[in-house]
Design a protein around this ligand. Structure first.
Ligand code: NAD
Length: 457
């Protein structure tokens, strides 16, 4: 087993800084983190309880769509630094660190995070611990989860020599590898100096690349992750509300975003008006933070409002589409491009399309849709949708084109072809991927978000 050495203390002892790591959960976070840790030189074994997923990984298939991941996994499997196994097949004792990267979805009953998978993992790994190990929560978990994991392990295996640390993950699907390898910062929450040393060794290559590492208490690290996502969700919701005002007064929200984003106190990122935030993190993390806030007697008015405004946003977007189609979509076919919550992922969790499309169907529209990577996941979630094989196929004979996700492939459509395929040249773009000038030039009726409509009578 590698011995933890503070980076810089003895830079010649690289061997001693290479760690043995187990990654529990091979989803969007676990698989990317496991492959990246292996690429940094550590030996990583990834464990999942989904047999089908494991079988696919063993065959060299990647169960999710994430750019660059297939090559990274392949490379590190070949060098034997990365392997996959099940609980039954592996003895994960003798690891320097065991990362928990299982899902923490919202519970069915309230907004709280469902921690059953995290606690199941704690109980599963406890009897296997051998030698000093840090158990690291990479899953996004509310305050107190680290203590509960510690209690479960301590109760199940009173002799275990371990610490529980928090190491929230900030990667974004679609650019996950880059985000992991070049993060804005790494946050490590633990009061144990021993655990800090191991974590420094694990992240040593990134630290040498000048990545800031913030070491905090465990509770603080848990809050950082939620505060981070709640803030970003707030920023998105803020600009969405500003876009409504822009529409009402004839202003252009994209110029407003630039105008305020150039203020270094605000920054340009997460200021793109759109269909409402979605995905596997913002909605559930905002909910979980409000749940924690209420439980500790400090309800957060801002985050509660953000959740409410975002829910309302998706209904308003459906209304906007219907209004753009002349106020009635009964009997009309709408061509939808993009159903995933953002481009470069196949993740459909809480995608705005899951609200907007059923509302349009309820209003009487027939939906024909295409997404470059998300259709397999989307099919069971969006009953009644007719799925196409490419962008143009779904437009044939449709009354309007609706853009719901800003995949690059949709940014370069042949607009003349689009016009010949649709029954009328009507585009509703909820991601603002075209300029008003090019749509005007193309002779299209174009409705976007927070900008004046083009060509509408
Ligand atoms: P996911 O659903 O894609 O993956 C979770 C994996 O854990 C699945 O493969 C599942 O089979 C496995 N699993 C569940 N129970 C298990 C068990 N007992 N033993 C072994 N494996 C088990 O989830 P995700 O998107 O990777 O998210 C994981 C955590 O990371 C969540 O808390 C999430 O909030 C957080 N997070 C996600 C992202 C993201 O972009 N997806 C970013 C940052 C943080």
């Amino acid at each position: 087993m590698g011995q933890a050495v503070r980076p810089g203390a003895d830079d010649t002892n690289i061997e001693g800084m290479l760690m043995k790591i187990a990654m529990i959960g091979t989803g969007y976070v676990g698989l990317v983190s496991g492959a990246c840790f292996a690429d940094l030189g550590h030996t990583v074994v990834c464990i999942d309880n989904d047999e089908d997923k494991l079988a696919r990984l063993h065959r060299g298939e990647i169960p999710i769509y994430e750019p660059g991941l297939e090559e990274l996994v392949k490379k590190n499997v070949t060098t034997r630094r990365l392997s996959f196994t099940s609980w039954a097949d592996d003895d994960i004792g003798n690891q320097d660190a065991i990362f928990i990267a299982v899902g923490t979805p919202p519970s069915e009953t309230d907004g709280s995070a469902d921690l059953s998978a995290v606690y199941a993992v704690a109980a599963e790994l406890a009897p296997r611990l051998a030698g000093y190990t840090i158990v690291v929560n990479k899953s996004t978990v509310p305050v107190g989860t680290g203590s509960e994991v510690e209690a479960i392990i301590g109760k199940t295996n009173p002799d275990a020599d371990f610490d529980v640390a928090s190491n929230p993950e900030f990667l974004r699907e679609g650019s996950a590898i880059d985000d992991f390898m070049k993060p804005d910062r790494v946050v490590v929450g633990t009061d144990s100096e021993r655990a800090r040393e191991v974590m420094r060794s694990i992240y040593r290559p990134l630290i040498l690349n000048e990545t800031p590492v913030l070491i905090t208490g465990r509770t603080t690290a848990e809050i950082i992750k939620y505060a981070n996502n709640a803030f970003l969700a707030t920023k998105v919701t803020f600009i969405n509300e500003i876009s409504d005002i822009c529409e009402a007064v004839g202003a252009d929200v994209q110029d407003v975003s630039k105008g305020i984003g150039l203020d270094s106190r605000i920054g340009q990122k997460f200021l793109q008006a759109g269909a409402g935030f979605g995905g596997s993190c913002f909605p559930k993390d905002a909910l979980s933070l409000t749940d924690t806030a209420r439980k500790v007697g400090r309800p957060t008015q801002i985050v509660e409002s953000v959740i409410e405004a975002n829910t309302e946003r998706k209904r308003r977007m459906a209304d906007k589409v219907i209004a753009a189609c002349g106020g009635d979509v009964r009997g009309k076919t709408l061509a939808v491009l993009g159903v995933t919550f953002k481009p470069n992922t196949d993740d459909m969790r809480d995608a705005p399309s899951l609200d907007i499309i059923p509302l349009l169907q309820k209003a009487g529209a027939t939906i024909r849709a295409f997404d470059p990577e998300g259709m397999q996941q989307a099919k069971p979630m969006l009953p009644g949708v007719e799925w196409g094989t490419d962008s143009y196929e779904v437009m044939e004979g449709a009354a309007a084109l609706l853009i719901l996700t800003e995949w690059n492939a949709f940014r370069m459509l042949d607009i003349n072809r689009v016009k010949t395929l649709l029954t009328q040249p009507l585009i509703v773009d909820l991601r603002n991927i075209y300029t008003l000038a090019e749509m005007e030039l193309a002779g299209v009726t174009y409705h976007s978000v927070g900008r004046p409509p083009v060509g509408a009578s």
